[in-house]
Design a protein around this ligand. Sequence first.
Ligand SMILES: NC(=O)c1ccc[n+]([C@@H]2O[C@H](COP(=O)([O-])OP(=O)(O)OC[C@H]3O[C@@H](n4cnc5c(N)ncnc54)[C@H](OP(=O)(O)O)[C@@H]3O)[C@@H](O)[C@H]2O)c1
Length: 161
Amino acid sequence: MLISQIVAMASNRVIGDKGKIPWKIPGEQKMFKEITMGHAMIMGRKTYEAIGRALPGRTNIVVTRQKDYKAPDCLVVHDLDSALESCPSEENEAFIIGGGQIYDETMSSTDRVYLTVLPREVPGDTYFPEFSESEFNVIKSDFIDAVVPYHFYIYERKNGD
Ligand SMILES: NC(=O)c1ccc[n+]([C@@H]2O[C@H](COP(=O)([O-])OP(=O)(O)OC[C@H]3O[C@@H](n4cnc5c(N)ncnc54)[C@H](OP(=O)(O)O)[C@@H]3O)[C@@H](O)[C@H]2O)c1
C-alpha cells in the first residue's frame, strides 16, 4: 500500500491558522475530493475537528491519544501504526490529509506527496514540514492559472530510498 500525503501550503509553508485553513482556492477542494475518493484518509484529531465531519465515500481515520474520543462515521485510533492497520485490506493508496503534526510524523514513511502551493506568503501558526526533495522525483508539475492561481506538484519517492 502506498502512503501518500496531500496538502496545500503557502509559499512560507503555512498550512493552517487558529485551527483552520487560511484561504480558499476555488477548484482545489474538488481536486482533493477526486484524488482521495474511495480511499482511506488518515488525519490528526485537530484536522478532523477543522473539517467537522466524516467526508463521504472514504474511510475516515482519526488519530488521537484521547481514549474516549468519539468521531461519528470515523475509525478512531490511538497511534499511527494502528491508523495504517485500519486501512481496508484492499487499499492500494492511503492518504495522510494532515495536519502539521501528522505530516511531520509520517514523512519518513511517505511514498508520494500531492502538493498544492499558493504562490504567496500567508500568516499562520501551522506549517508543512521541510522534506528532503532530493529523495523524491517530481512526476507532475502544473501551474493552474485560475481565479486564485496555484502550483500543483506530485513528488514520488525514488526507488530504493
Ligand atoms: N492546508 C492543508 O492542506 C491542511 C490540511 C490539514 C490540516 N490543515 C490545518 O492544520 C491545522 C491542524 O494541524 P495540527 O498540526 O495543529 O494538528 P493535527 O496534526 O491535525 O492533529 C494533532 C493531533 O493529532 C493527535 N496525534 C498526533 N500525533 C499522534 C500520535 N502519534 N498518536 C496519537 N495521536 C496523535 C493528537 O490528538 P489529541 O490532542 O486528541 O491527542 C494531536 O493533538 C489546522 O489549522 C488545519 O486547518 C491544513
